[in-house]
Design a protein around this ligand. Structure first.
Ligand code: CAO
Length: 425
């Protein structure tokens, strides 16, 4: 089956997480992603959080599927020549170096345009143009600067970062969309362009409901926030809202049977207005359907603590899956708090290819997350990540037209390096 991005060549100059998530998506969808790495070293994540001595880490393998790896010292003159040929040949260059690194290497946007006017150059940086544009940025810094941390956590506690990597993987997703848009535009104009996805901007985009609430504060207290019902005054900025639901339908995380010993025996429960009557019946409070102060959503806003405490008395008599089984047929929106262990063992996610087992010559089988986007006209097959420089010779010869002798010379002068042989797979 052909892939949507067959024939698109990506010069993948990314490392760590944000950039690699972007190019992994493009690789899954059929692009030929050529990952350029420093000889002998490679992407720093290969050797970070190592769990199997001598093997590429899960950090690396889970972010670099379906790619090819070439080692190249791009600070060496001969290496720059190879890189220039790659720029000429490829459709997109993706990078997430610290600000200015590509310019220092001699590959400014102006130079890239000279080499290949059709090139799309796509970058992740921590911040967009402005006072912080030169800063190096990692995930949690972006979560803090993008408004997520100040609005996550409980009112009486410090700001909290979330486990979802919205700064890195979230920005990678944004960049992938930017690249696809620029490729589509190039179809019409024949010209490439520069695409920038700053991590602060990506996080803020995902936090837009919190900027919505910032502006709503001018009109009075945010009545759907628990603190309204608790009589706690609002300050000048959108507060942390614990586990309150982000929209107009109040929700909370509630204990389920076994919560005393299982840290994930909880459910998310939403008191959607449309199913209020069914909720009242399920929890054994049928009179709340018509009782003054309980019957309509606005009346209930100052009683959310009491209401959720009552619902929790009911959820505590059931497992999180029983809550789901009872509420789902009634259209009451609930969701179990799933642990990573439960997700790893979830048969449904395996069947859909969202959790995939991949084999690797150095580390053996491991689990990864497959494409979260499904297509009716294309299968997304997850192939193991490349070893460092595994495809150096084939890329130099088949993509760039180097001869065997020239490849040997590049190796002997350290521009690229000799690649270890892979035991039979
Ligand atoms: N050959 C020779 N040199 C190479 C090379 C190659 N193949 N690949 C990279 N290098 C060089 C770069 O040119 C750079 O050299 P200079 O600093 O001398 O110009 C150097 O390696 C290191 O690049 P870096 O500064 O990007 O790396 P770092 O580990 O110090 O910083 C990070 C990492 C992530 C903080 C920084 O890259 C950054 O801020 N990136 C943008 C934001 C971002 O993506 N953050 C997400 C990180 S987690 O996903």
């Amino acid at each position: 089956m052909s892939k949507a991005l067959d024939g698109v060549k990506i010069l993948d100059f990314t490392h760590v997480q944000s950039g690699p998530t972007c190019t992994q998506l493009l690789a899954w969808f059929g692009a030929d992603v050529i990952k350029v790495e420093r000889p002998g070293v490679g992407d720093a994540t290969r050797k970070q959080l190592v769990d199997v001595e001598g093997a590429d880490s899960l950090y690396f393998t889970m972010l670099n599927h379906n790619k090819r790896s070439i080692t190249l010292n791009t600070k060496n003159e001969k290496g720059k020549e190879v890189l220039e040929r790659l720029v000429k040949t490829c459709d997109v260059l993706v990078e997430n170096f610290a600000p200015g690194a590509l310019d220092r290497m001699g590959f400014s946007w102006e130079r890239i345009q000279e080499i290949n006017p059709r090139m799309i150059m796509a970058s992740v940086k921590g911040f967009g143009p402005g006072p912080y544009e030169d800063c190096k940025v990692y995930e949690n810094v972006a979560q803090c600067a993008g408004g997520s941390a100040s609005t996550t956590g409980f009112l009486d506690g410090p700001p909290v970062v979330t486990g979802a990597q919205i700064g890195d993987s979230g920005t990678g997703l944004h960049l992938a969309l930017g690249i696809m848009t620029a490729l589509f535009h190039r179809e019409r104009t024949g010209k490439g362009q520069k695409v920038l996805a700053p991590m602060q901007d990506g996080v803020l985009n995902l936090c837009r409901v919190k900027l919505r609430d910032q502006q709503r504060l001018k009109a009075g207290p945010l009545k759907e926030y628990s603190q309204f019902g608790e009589g706690i005054p609002f300050g000048e900025a959108t507060p942390r809202a614990g586990n309150d639901s982000g929209g107009g339908q109040p929700g909370r995380i509630l204990k389920c049977k076994g919560w005393e010993t299982d840290p994930n025996a909880y459910t998310y429960f939403i008191t959607q207005a449309a199913v209020w009557e069914k909720i009242c019946d399920v929890i054994g409070e049928p009179e709340w359907k018509t009782k003054a102060g309980y019957a309509t959503p606005p009346e209930r806003l100052d009683k959310l603590n009491e209401i959720f405490e009552r619902i929790e008395q009911w959820t505590m008599t059931k497992s999180k899956f029983e809550v789901m089984e009872i509420c789902n047929p009634l259209d009451i929106p609930v969701g179990p708090i799933l642990s990573m262990k439960e997700i790893a063992e979830d048969e449904g996610l395996r069947k859909t290819g969202t959790v995939v087992e991949v084999d690797h010559p150095e580390r053996g089988p491991y689990l990864t997350v497959g494409s979260p986007i499904k297509f009716s006209g294309m299968d997304v097959e997850v192939k193991r990540s490349p070893l460092l420089g595994e495809h150096t010779a084939e890329i130099l010869k088949d993509v760039l037209g180097y001869s065997e002798e020239e490849v040997e010379e590049l190796k002997s002068t350290g521009v690229t390096d000799v690649v270890k042989k892979i035991a039979a797979e």
